[in-house]
Design a protein around this ligand. Structure first.
Ligand code: GLN
Ligand code: ZN
Length: 799
């Protein structure tokens, strides 16, 4: 027995005083994205990819040590080729039978198998992808059934640990914990009805133990098992089932004493409070628990008493947003925890509340931002510094008084800075009354719209964007570089708009779009044209796999810009964001052209949003800016306006108790944006998911005249929800899955339409793709849309 690793009864196993729960893994200059995509395209070898991966891993370890994470086990294993859920699944071998045998002769799952699961192959769709808790990161969903076999199938996590160790650093390997892994899984295709993946927990645990044993043998002192499922109310997992699973799982994983074949375990619970699960987690034999005390509340005194003998790793620094930490407030939380720890015999360490892979690397990369704004921000590197400062505070409060005072001063200056609180914006939101949130009866609106639009039954439309060709993206890049001027850029965009309008005319669409060629991104485009926002240059964060997004920063009061925008600099369109493009498109056709706006909730969800006031208030400011834009579109003769809210579901709080309040303000903000429209203006919305059932009341409450939703991948399942709910307004369940280059046949679309007509009255139905077409190529888009219109004509004839 190794005395060093065997603590006396109730003495916490030493844990580093400062850590982060994770760090951006795509590389400071998106090196991993480039390396992975080159490998996929066949332009580079596996050896080149592995070399790039090693150099990213070592650079990360060096950087984190430089920033102050010098203690052994303070640096988490953060690397992933694609996704941390997939990493853990592949390590444990629980891959779906539908892929056949992906294991090699040695029983291992290699990189090819890994990417096959992530990206699919000629026969098999990839694993489904869905949002990771309330973030904009997407993970791959394991498919588990009674037939799933678990066996240690990849030791990549051990190899990654050994690589860092060979270079002088003992890191803390990361795995998704067993309860979360199964709670986030779906039942495999072959599983019997009602099968719960969590029922396979006991079969999975020995493989986790085996892997922990390998990590211990390689020299890992600590391992991090991430259990965010414990902060959420998940469908099909009652609080009782969750605590039972925690108890079973961690009894098995801690059965071996620490140091005798397993590392000490840090169970991390990011994204909110453990709430009811606190007692179950505290009762386990794990050596440390990381709790989120930024978004979540401090545990009660009685709950804290349960952590005796452990280390409580306090997530006081927000890992999910970019604002500089209020060190004085964090210090207060740490004081409370230290006092409780002294009383109850637990140690306290400092961490971020979540992994920092939700935020960019480094504020210092953004020298173009105003220095004031920059001083309010903390990206991943700055957060490591904050954690280190707060750990120093725990050791000796007086030693960091200057840093604490400086943070207090900067936060106070932020509150006073120009643009943060603008009286004219505040007056408008302050003066809102109920009437501002409501339109007239749908029946009256429908009649007025019918008169103006005179559409055929089953009207056809698209969701907004058309393929973003390399010419379009190239033109934008040249404008940014100054190689062309605004007038040239405008002319190129107009050419593209004309092409898109002509194509829709030729195909026979009823409601046209301009195609959104001018938009780099559906949120950033608005951020660039509204006051209160800024955008970054290097602020990329991983969205899924090799895909990254660059969220804008919403730091001040929002309104449309007072001055002329970069483009369309004439006074008449001074504040308008979309009007000139839309009216140009409308000038080319007699068919109605649909104006296209991004809704307030989506603008918030896909930006880094100020944290100094309730989201509801910020949402209303954005809504009023959009309301102004809608008024201008109407004045310019636009009769149909779509306000996209693909992120409505994403921001839904993880705890059921918080959901009603969220749905209330989010629905209101959409209504505030749209309720100024005339009865005769047809308001559309678009939602990007098919798990419709859970929030159908809220979707109904948006009160849009027409709602288009994703449905093709789920074979129109959504029409059952619509029927059961008695959804009474226009609805376009998508008939063309735009996530794949596949061209749906006319017959297939006719079948989908027949299903739709069987469940939803034909007079309410619209025909459209699942989502925007910007990631598709023109060839498949044209063929698919042609089939869509032909199928619609056939369906009309059959009505
Ligand atoms: N109007 C947007 C587009 O077509 C909608 C995108 C989305 O729903 N994500 O691109
Ligand atoms: Zn969509």
């Amino acid at each position: 027995m190794n005395a060093q690793h065997t603590p006396a009864q109730n003495q916490p196993v030493p844990f580093p005083s400062a850590t982060v729960l994770g760090y951006p893994r795509i590389g400071r200059r998106r090196e991993l994205k480039k390396a992975v995509e080159a490998f996929w395209s066949g332009s580079s070898s596996e050896a080149a990819l592995l070399a790039a991966a090693e150099s990213i891993q070592l650079a990360t370890v060096r950087r984190l040590a430089e920033l102050g994470l010098t203690a052994p086990s303070a640096i988490p294993g953060t690397f992933s080729f694609y996704d941390q859920v997939l990493d853990t699944l592949v390590a444990l071998g629980g891959i779906p039978a539908r892929f056949g045998n992906l294991h090699d002769a040695g029983g291992r799952l290699g990189l090819d198998a890994y990417f096959t699961l992530a990206r699919g192959n000629a026969e098999q769709q990839p694993l489904e992808m869905t949002k990771w808790f309330d973030t904009n990161y997407h993970y791959l969903v394991p498919e588990i059934g009674p037939e799933t076999r678990f066996s240690l199938s990849s030791e990549r996590v051990v190899e990654e640990f050994s690589l860092a160790k060979a270079n002088g650093t003992v890191t803390r390997p990361y795995l998704v914990g067993p309860v979360t892994l199964l709670a986030l899984s779906k039942a495999s295709d072959g599983a019997p009805a009602g099968f719960a993946p969590l029922s396979r927990l006991d079969d999975l645990l020995p493989v986790y133990s085996e892997l922990l044993g390998k990590l211990a043998a390689a020299g890992a002192a600590w391992v991090q098992l991430d259990e965010p499922a414990l902060v959420a109310d998940l469908d099909g997992l009652s609080p009782h089932e969750a605590s039972t699973a925690v108890e079973r799982a961690y009894a098995a994983l801690t059965a071996t004493p620490v140091g005798e074949g397993r590392p000490a375990i840090l169970l991390s619970a990011p994204y909110g409070s453990l709430g009811e699960q606190t007692a179950a987690v505290a009762a386990t034999g794990v050596e440390a628990v990381a709790i989120d005390v930024f978004k979540g509340a401090l545990p009660s005194a009685a709950e804290l008493a349960l952590f005796s003998g452990k280390t409580l790793v306090a997530g006081v620094v927000d890992g999910h947003n970019i604002w500089r930490n209020d060190l004085a407030a964090s210090a207060q939380k740490l004081d409370a925890l230290r006092t409780a720890g002294a009383e109850h015999g637990f140690a306290v360490a400092v961490a971020t509340s979540t992994s920092t892979f939700h935020v960019p690397h480094d504020v210092d990369e953004e020298q173009q931002l105003d220095a004031g704004l920059r001083s309010w921000l903390a990206f991943a590197d700055q957060k490591v510094g904050e954690v280190a400062t707060l750990a120093a505070y725990l050791a000796d409060p007086a030693s960091v008084q200057d840093e604490i005072d400086e943070a207090t001063r900067v936060i106070a200056s932020r509150a006073q800075a120009p643009g943060v609180r603008r009286p004219e914006v505040r007056q408008r939101t302050g003066a809102l009354t109920d009437a501002d949130f409501s339109r007239s009866d749908f029946a009256a609106r429908a009649a007025a719209q019918e008169e103006v639009l005179a559409l055929p039954p089953l009207p056809t439309t698209t969701i907004g964007s058309f393929p973003q060709t390399s010419e379009v993206r190239g033109a934008r890049a040249r404008l940014t570089k100054g190689a062309i001027d605004a007038a040239e850029y405008e002319a190129l965009m107009k050419d593209e708009i004309k092409r898109v309008v002509d194509l829709q005319e030729e195909l026979g669409f009823d409601v046209l779009v301009h195609g959104e060629p001018e938009r780099n991104d559906m949120v950033q485009y608005f951020a660039e044209n509204l006051d209160g926002f800024d955008v970054t240059v290097h602020g990329w964060v991983q969205s899924y796999g090799s895909r990254c997004t660059r969220p804008s920063i919403l730091w001040g009061d929002v309104s449309r810009q007072a001055g002329p925008s970069i483009l369309w600099g004439d006074a008449s369109s001074a504040a308008a964001i979309t009007v000139p493009w839309t009216t140009y498109a409308q000038s080319l056709t007699d068919k109605p052209v649909k104006g296209m706006l991004t809704g307030p909730v989506t603008i918030l969800a896909w930006s880094f949003v100020r944290d100094d006031q309730p989201l509801a208030e910020t949402a209303n400011q954005v809504a009023l800016a959009l309301r102004d834009e809608i008024a201008d579109l109407e004045a310019a003769g636009i009769k149909v306006i779509q306000v996209d809210e693909p992120a409505l579901r994403e921001l839904l709080p993880l705890r059921r108790a918080d959901q009603a309040d969220y749905l209330d303000w989010s629905v209101k903000s959409f209504r505030l944006a749209t309720a100024g429209a005339a009865d005769s203006t047809q308001v559309h919305t678009h939602l990007c998911y098919s798990e419709f059932g859970a929030i159908i009341d809220a979707i109904d409450a948006l009160d849009a005249d027409v709602t288009s939703i994703e449905a093709a991948r789920s074979r129109m399942e959504v029409v059952n929800d619509l029927e059961a709910h008695g959804f009474g307004r226009g609805v376009g369940p998508g008939v063309y899955d735009i996530h794949s280059p596949r061209v749906p046949s006319q017959e297939e679309i006719e079948d989908l339409l027949a299903t739709a007509v069987a469940h939803v009255p034909a007079r309410q139905l619209w025909v459209n793709p699942d989502c925007g077409l910007k990631t598709r190529g023109y060839a498949e888009t044209e063929a698919s849309l042609r089939n869509l219109v032909r199928a619609t004509r056939a369906a009309r004839a059959a009505l």
